[in-house]
Ligand binder design. Structure first.
Ligand code: BGC
Length: 743
């Protein structure tokens, strides 16, 4: 039994938000919304006692206030992730904290009731849309549900680079690329925060795998970290302005992330001039003085840590001068400033009804745009409505769609469609959202015989498949926080697919997985569709793409390796060590993550980063690139040359072709921009975009700035990292680019 499941024995109580809101009715000098958050924070700080400041920086697990009544916490939401009391005397509301990036998630154990809310598709799925507007709408929807559930802090978006494809939480994140991750998660954050609440970008940083997550050290050269994982955070923070940053469980270059002076004080708060606050992950604090001095502002859930480090111990450290009073004040100030900046003070949360039908439509739209059509031999898809005999196999497609485990699990409205699977306590159970792909397929084929086979017996499945007009096999793989995953489908599903595809050449495989998987049967399957964890409207979304009611519009945000040997570390770090043993994760590949590593080492993946087919065809022309003072201006034209309307994601990559840049870059090329376009058959559009100078620079440690190295750079346009159709060369002059905190 984990620490978390021990705590999860409380009952989920109905709650009222009246008390927090009532206190706000009073008027204070800092109540004036026309004042800046800084002025308001300064005013309230002057009125605040040290004991009150101490309240703000010390949080508890939402479900344990009964057992750990350190503060009277009647207002905490049982079953929520966290709670920080408010200060009614000053009109400051409590911080009611909920997970996570895919929807309002309840902390639970099998006996406890939970909140039933709307689940977005996996973070990877939203990112696979390559459409920031989709991510923003998704964020706005889950933030709206959070507010209406009485929460004002939401612990998302997750943005760790999918550096290790076996990482169990990859599904919560966006991609292996810092630009794509930063833009998509930044958009999700701004959506969440559009509800006047705080979003938390997490887990800072280099938290790439679950194995050993509380003990292992991610070792990476500073410049390489800046050009990869840290750049993803940097861009997301610029785009989304999250009120808080959650430091990770793991160590980075041997120092725990939540007491890592380099990560917190130097990079985040100094170089990026981040004005928000740093909160700890649940159980990620290991010291008082070390954490406070390094830049941690809030111990989020002290019951998960060995000691209440930011409780009495911090007061003592301040009294003894081991932590300067100014640092202690800064912690509280950052929190109240963010509360003002994000609207927590001016817009008290209030429980309110939720329009679940409207929210499901948002989730479904995100799923539709993030489903990636990987293969479509002979245009077997979209499915013909004239089909007479269709066989659907496996994946509990008769019941629903799978979702991921751990703290991001959103419990469905209605029931878990397939109860009893996986661990029944934390981080389980396996939740199937009740959106049946089979039902959605049947609804579109009123005149066909549509049979379902559960897919547990390869022979039986193959026998049914033989002679059908088309066969659709669903394959699922649960993945979760606290465990890493295999890149092979579990439970003999590969054998079932192979047998079925052998029996019927018109076999379509739909994958519901939390990331890349191997496909030993690939050459036999006619079509393969990656549906990720498709969320509350997943069944309907899958059917809509299968039948071509919407175009197959997703593109891969991660590479699909062909074999473990293609990875920088074929063996998962710490895989055979006993739990609790520390180990090194030496990320010697540096910033060459995903496709960059594959490019650098000349390897051909199963499916490349950026790949995805449409039901129509596109061509690109007229690529131009013009160096500007601050970046590169790119333009080109996209034409829909096919017969159907469709969506495309033309991608721009950049890399040095002459000069010393080639030696300094981590890989031959980087994603430098993209556009998502929608075009009618025969239509064209001109795309213009600007390349961020950091994407054609290296991080220069000596000057602590981004540096563009003089030389010639290739600008490539294509439909994936492995399919580049046009190229131009630009000359870039030597230049340095200051960081936000240096401007
Ligand atoms: C996870 C965080 C989560 C927190 C609160 C931790 O186990 O790593 O992502 O927000 O718990 O539930």
């Amino acid at each position: 039994m984990t620490l978390r499941s021990l705590f999860l024995t409380g009952t989920f109580l109905a709650f009222s938000v009246a008390s927090g809101a009532a206190a706000l009715a009073a008027s204070f000098a800092w109540s004036d919304p026309s004042l800046s958050p800084d002025v308001r924070a300064d005013l309230v700080m002057k009125a605040m006692t040290d004991d009150e400041k101490a309240v703000l920086i010390f949080g508890q697990f939402g479900s344990v206030q009964k057992e750990h009544a350190f503060y009277p916490a009647k207002e905490a939401r049982m079953g929520s992730a966290g709670y920080v009391p408010g200060i009614p005397r000053l009109g400051l509301p409590p911080q009611w904290i909920t997970d996570a990036g895919l929807g309002v998630a309840t902390q639970r154990d099998s006996a406890a009731p939970y909140l039933e809310r709307t689940a977005l598709p996996a973070g990877l799925a939203s990112a696979a849309s390559w459409n920031p507007e989709i991510a923003k709408q998704g964020g706005a929807m889950i933030g709206h549900e959070a507010v209406r559930s009485g929460f004002n802090v939401m612990l998302g978006g997750g943005i760790n680079l999918v550096r290790e494809p076996r990482g169990g939480r990859g599904f919560e994140y966006a991609s292996e690329d810092p630009l794509l991750s930063g833009v998509m998660v930044g958009a999700a954050i701004s959506g969440i925060q559009s509800n006047n609440i705080i979003a938390t970008v997490k887990h800072y940083a280099i938290n790439s795998q679950e194995t050993g997550r509380n003990v292992a050290t991610a070792n990476i050269a500073e410049d390489q970290a800046r050009m990869s994982d840290l750049l993803a955070f940097e861009i997301a923070i610029e785009e989304g302005k999250p009120g808080s940053v959650m430091c990770a469980y793991n160590r980075v270059n041997t120092v725990y992330a939540c007491e890592n002076d380099f990560l917190l004080r130097k990079v985040l708060k100094t170089d990026w001039a981040y004005p928000g606050y740093v909160m700890s992950d649940w159980g990620a604090v290991h010291s008082t003085e070390g954490s406070a001095l390094a830049g941690l502002d809030q111990q989020s859930a002290y019951t998960f840590d060995a000691k209440p480090f930011f409780g009495g111990l911090l007061k003592k450290a301040v009294a003894e001068g081991r932590v300067p009073k100014s640092r202690f004040d800064d912690m509280a100030r950052r929190i109240v400033r963010t509360m003002f900046a994000n609207g927590l003070f001016d817009h008290p949360v209030a429980e309110a009804p939720i329009d679940f039908a409207a929210d499901k439509a948002v989730a479904q739209k995100a799923a539709e745009e993030g489903i990636v059509l990987l293969k479509n031999k002979g245009d077997v898809l979209p499915l013909a409505r004239e089909a007479k005999r269709v066989v659907v196999i496996g994946g509990h497609a008769d019941k629903g769609v799978i979702s991921g485990g751990g703290s991001s699990t959103v419990f469905p409205i209605g029931i878990n469609a397939v109860p009893g699977l996986g661990p029944q306590g934390w981080p389980g159970p396996i939740v199937y959202l009740p959106s049946s792909p089979l039902a959605a397929i049947k609804a579109r084929l009123p005149n066909a015989a549509v049979e379902f086979v559960d897919g547990t017996d390869a022979k039986a499945a193959a026998a049914k498949a033989a002679g059908a007009d088309v066969v659709i096999v669903f394959a699922t793989q649960w993945s979760t926080e606290e465990a890493d995953r295999s890149l092979s489908l579990p439970d003999g599903q590969d054998d079932v697919i192979a047998a079925v595809a052998k029996a019927n050449a018109r076999t379509v495989v739909v994958l519901e997985t939390g990331g890349a998987v191997f496909m030993p049967w690939l050459d036999k399957a006619a079509a393969v569709m990656q549906a990720w964890f498709p969320g509350s409207g997943g069944g309907e979304a899958i059917a809509r793409v299968l039948f071509g009611e919407v175009d197959a519009a997703g593109r891969l945000p991660v590479s699909f390796p062909a074999a473990l040997e293609q990875l920088p570390h074929p063996k998962l770090f710490g895989a055979d060590l006993p739990k609790g043993t520390g180990f090194d994760m030496n990320y010697t590949e540096g910033a060459a993550v995903g496709y960059k590593w594959l490019d650098k080492t000349g390897q051909k993946p199963l499916f490349a980063f950026g790949h995805g087919l449409s039901y129509t065809r596109f061509s690109y022309s007229g690529l131009t690139a013009k160096p500007m003072q601050d970046g590169i201006e790119i333009s080109f034209t996209v034409t829909n040359t096919g017969k159907r309307p469709g969506k495309d994601v033309p991608q721009i990559y950049a890399g040095p072709v002459s000069g010393p840049g080639g030696v300094l870059w981590e890989a031959p090329k980087r994603l430098a921009g993209w556009s998502k376009v929608e075009l009618a058959p025969g239509a064209s559009t001109k795309v213009s975009l600007r390349v961020d100078p950091r994407l054609v620079s290296v991080f220069d440690l000596a000057s602590n700035r981004w540096r563009t190295v003089a030389g010639d750079y290739g600008i490539w346009l294509g439909s994936s990292s492995a399919d580049l159709s046009s190229a131009v060369t630009v000359h870039l002059d030597e230049a340095v680019h200051p960081q936000a905190g240096q401007r």
